[in-house]
Ligand binder design. Structure first.
Ligand code: NAP
Length: 543
């Protein structure tokens, strides 16, 4: 490096919600020169890529947004309780325009490598076309769910129809009048199933693990609701910051087994009628994700609904979920009702696994060939660290992030790793378990303050210590141990990816506790971070 003046004060990788807000904050609050990059052809991150039929928020729309823009906060986005993909995209475009961010965002740029220079404490980031740029600070707003999991099922590439992953939905693709197959019944698959069943000629659902799904109560926002939200939006947002998941409602303080079976039934029924998965899991009782008995009560309630709703007993039997109700909770419009439609059939892969994909469709082990025009993989993501591992990220001494995380991913506070100074992650491993937008705002604001403290103090290098990273990661492990989320394979613990080391990659103590911890760390002068000048002391590395 010829001199120590980087191209930019900061580089932001990703132009989803985390990247957009980071770019805005670093420019506005710190007066930084910033360039943001995204591999997509447009801004929006998750909301740019996930354009499959039915894609929408499943936190309620009034809290699935930025809260920092007071001018617009009192007006709900879109017309429904949940924000659909198109409205979300339009909203994010409007934010980017309003704050004049577009000029500092470079799209169609896939950043494949990042290297830290020990002597200057400057990062060089490199795109796949060979272009490279330098910056003092890098914010990796890569998205916790951006590297798709696309299992290489036998014969996958021989399919002659359209084969797509939901997170790379082509703009020209419609399911209308088509014979469609979908593999996967998670949050994405169930949204897709409900929407596609309305217009596809036929929909075949390939289900591996049956899903616990509750109604979402979606529908148009009434004028009355809008007026009430306008009047109370400040209180609602105050409640978000002090709640467990930041979903805009007060979580229950009552344990499920402390009330009578009749009362439990009443509470579950009321939540079922109101709709929303997070409400069903957390507004009903405080221990559904903690106490096996409470969990089973909720699970049994959902099973009773499946029995009630699904007309064909054989289909109902296949749809019955067993085991802990402890994955990211799912809700939808009329999920189980969808299986009463004549144009929808269910294949249980537990009973009849996929033998192979052919040019015409999918053959299952019962020798049935399911002929399809479109085969959709709603098979999820290699979450959190998956995207980091795709990149060649080299910190102090040329040490790679893959090596750093060879025994499993971790971090300090979900934002920083020892040996990777001046690199700040938005929703990195061991991040807060919460509704994404408030979690993102929390982290971006805190990281901005940390960088400001360093810059104001004339420091050029900010690095988490190995001890702090180890302690935070094991705190997350310990809290996770008490949660049933760690007992069921899912993207939350890496169990959805064959061979990935299982570790609950969230701080499951929730948003309020997380914000409390961040405030404590900032108040202590950033305990667990070393703020120094270039050529800093060699901090010890996490083994
Ligand atoms: P997911 O929850 O990981 O679900 C993946 C699905 O694919 C599961 O049903 C899984 O079955 C199935 N699958 C994976 N590999 C398979 C294979 N080889 N054969 C057969 N089935 C296979 O992924 P997702 O549905 O995309 O959701 C991931 C997360 O994205 C959500 O939890 C949520 O955080 C986010 N999301 C949010 C929204 C929103 O509204 N805000 C919408 C969509 C997604 P098994 O269960 O048997 O593993």
């Amino acid at each position: 490096m010829a001199d120590n003046t980087p191209d930019f004060d900061a580089i932001v990788i990703g132009a989803g919600m985390g990247g957009i807000y980071s770019l805005h904050k670093l420019r506005k609050e710190l007066g930084f020169s910033v360039r943001a990059f995204d591999r997509a052809a447009g801004i929006g991150g998750t909301w740019w890529w996930n354009r499959y039929p039915g894609a929408k928020s499943d936190s309620e729309g009034i809290v699935y947004r930025f809260s920092f823009d007071n001018d617009t906060l009192a007006e709900p986005i879109g017309n429904n309780r949940y924000i659909n993909q198109a409205d979300m995209q339009a909203y994010l475009e409007s934010v980017v325009d309003k704050f004049d961010l577009r000029k500092d965002i470079e799209l169609n740029t896939d950043i494949v490598a990042m290297t830290f220079d020990d002597a200057s404490a400057i990062w060089t980031i490199t795109a796949d076309d060979g272009r490279s740029y330098t910056a003092r600070f890098v914010v990796t707003a890569l998205g916790p769910l951006s590297t798709t999991y696309f299992p290489d099922l036998k014969g996958r590439d021989s399919f002659q129809g359209r084969l797509v992953h939901t997170a790379a939905w082509p703009a020209d693709l419609t399911v209308d009048g088509k014979r469609v197959g979908v593999i996967g019944t998670g949050s994405t698959g169930t949204q897709f199933i409900c929407a596609a069943s309305k217009t596809a000629a036929h929909l075949t659902v390939f289900q591996r693990t049956a899903q616990y799904c509750v109604p979402n109560g979606n529908g148009p926002l009434s004028e009355e609701f809008r007026a009430e939200y306008r009047a109370n939006h400040k209180q609602i947002w105050d409640g978000v910051w002090t709640s467990y998941v930041g979903c805009g409602f007060e979580e229950s303080h009552v344990s499920a087994m402390s009330v009578s079976p009749e009362e439990r039934q009443r509470v579950f029924q009321s939540a079922w009628e109101k709709g929303n998965a997070f409400r069903f899991m957390l507004e009903t009782f405080n221990d559904i994700a903690l106490d096996p008995a409470a969990n089973e009560a909720a699970a049994e309630f959902i099973r009773s609904k499946i029995k009630e709703i699904v007309k064909d007993p054989e289909t109902a039997r296949k749809l019955m979920p067993y085991g802990y109700y402890a994955r990211r909770p799912v809700s939808n419009e009329d999920y189980y009702e969808t299986f009463n439609q004549d144009n929808v059939n269910l294949v249980s892969l537990k009973e009849t696994p996929i033998r192979e994909i052919t040019s015409a469709g999918v053959i299952t082990e019962d020798d049935v060939e399911h002929e399809l025009d479109i085969l959709v993989f709603a098979t999820g993501f290699d979450a959190f660290d998956g995207t980091y591992r795709q990149m060649d990220i080299r910190g102090r001494g040329g040490r790679g992030i893959r090596e750093h995380w060879q025994d499993g991913a971790g971090s300090y506070l979900g934002v920083a790793c020892n040996g990777f100074p001046n690199m700040f992650m938005i929703f990195g491993p061991c991040t807060v378990f919460s509704n994404l937008p408030p979690g993102i705002e929390t982290q971006v604001e805190w990281i901005t303050d940390l960088i400001k403290t360093a810059v104001d103090g004339g420091k050029t290098c900010v690095e988490a210590t190995a001890a702090a990273e180890q302690a935070w990661t094991s705190t997350c492990d310990q809290i996770a141990e008490r949660s049933l989320f760690s007992k069921v394979d899912s993207f939350i613990n890496g169990g959805n990816i064959p061979g990935k080391r299982k570790r609950l990659l969230f701080y499951v103590a929730g948003l309020a506790a997380y914000r409390g911890k961040l405030a404590e760390v900032a108040g202590s002068g950033y305990d667990g971070f070393v703020l120094s000048n270039s050529s800093p002391v060699q901090a010890e590395h996490v083994a």
